[in-house]
Design a protein around this ligand. Sequence first.
Ligand SMILES: NC(=O)c1ccc[n+]([C@@H]2O[C@H](COP(=O)([O-])OP(=O)(O)OC[C@H]3O[C@@H](n4cnc5c(N)ncnc54)[C@H](OP(=O)(O)O)[C@@H]3O)[C@@H](O)[C@H]2O)c1
Length: 330
Amino acid sequence: MYTAIDNRYETMPFRRCGKWGLKLPAVSLGLWHNFGGVDVFENGREMLRLAFDLGITHFDLANNYGPPPGSAEENFGKWMKQDFRPYRDELVISTKAGYLMWPGPYGEWGSRKYLLASLDQSLKRMGLDYVDIFYSHRPDTDTPLEETMMALDQAVRSGKALYAGLSNYSAEMTSKAAAILKELGTPCLIHQPKYSMFERWVEGGLLDVLETEGIGCIPFSPLAQGLLTDRYLKGIPDGSRASKSWGFLKPHQVAPALEKVKKLNQLALNRGQSLAQMALAWLLKDKRITSVLIGASSVRQLQDNVETLRNTVFSEEELQIIENILEGNS
Ligand SMILES: NC(=O)c1ccc[n+]([C@@H]2O[C@H](COP(=O)([O-])OP(=O)(O)OC[C@H]3O[C@@H](n4cnc5c(N)ncnc54)[C@H](OP(=O)(O)O)[C@@H]3O)[C@@H](O)[C@H]2O)c1
């Protein structure tokens, strides 16, 4: 029987999603890898328990997380039942639909047919009456944006989701989608883009749109799937994401990043931080960032990442050194 520790809200800062009332912990936990049917059930459970004890109130899922697809939500349903049922109102649980989930034309992308059926399936797997945030996981140029946004609006109006979110939408599509949602009366709460020191496309317009519209931003893969940590400094360890056949980080992606990783690691050590902590702090220094959406494979990593919050301040000189390293000029 799990009982959350009493002091769980003492240290975690909470930030508002854009202009909206919902606040998220500065660090949130995603269940994309390490919580599926192929993973060790008790390890996932331990991580979720520690996360909540550390003040992480936001768990992010999607219909297809696993592998196999759906198994992360199924496991999460068990953890909810076993450990978190008394804490449902203290949790922000999100899910998404957009990627391939079942065969045929209604099992992926952005139609109303797919999104609403998928949300029902997700709720069933997780044993929930509602999710807090329901995302369109990716834009679909084959479906009118109105249709996808009407499905999000319907999800909220039906009470199966409390808020609507977008993921992987460009700045331009986000503007259009936000305008449609506003007109429908279900505003866009938050955007979930890929954003890290190694992946900075959001700086080319999306962050400005989010600020103007008052939409929150929760970057995913803030550690570039583990590249922006000390995980690969001495090769590819057994059990790491890059070593797993189902991992989305491929072994060939590791070596080209290493030169920059080593320099960033040295700078992090000079700051008295791990590289993971510095990479997360670098995102959190921007007030437009609501929360960083991390992944973890152990309680040690989770603990390490939450300790980021001890130092999220950078000097101008440090920021310049980071720019030079990222641009390959140092
Ligand atoms: N919306 C979307 O399209 C989308 C796409 C991808 C992800 N996401 C969301 O974002 C979440 C996070 O994505 P992600 O897992 O790629 O994030 P990430 O934080 O960039 O990478 C997590 C991985 O980094 C390694 N790691 C984490 N902390 C570490 C530490 N302190 N020291 C050493 N290594 C550390 C671990 O790798 P090992 O497993 O090797 O130990 C861990 O599995 C997902 O769970 C999901 O919720 C959303």
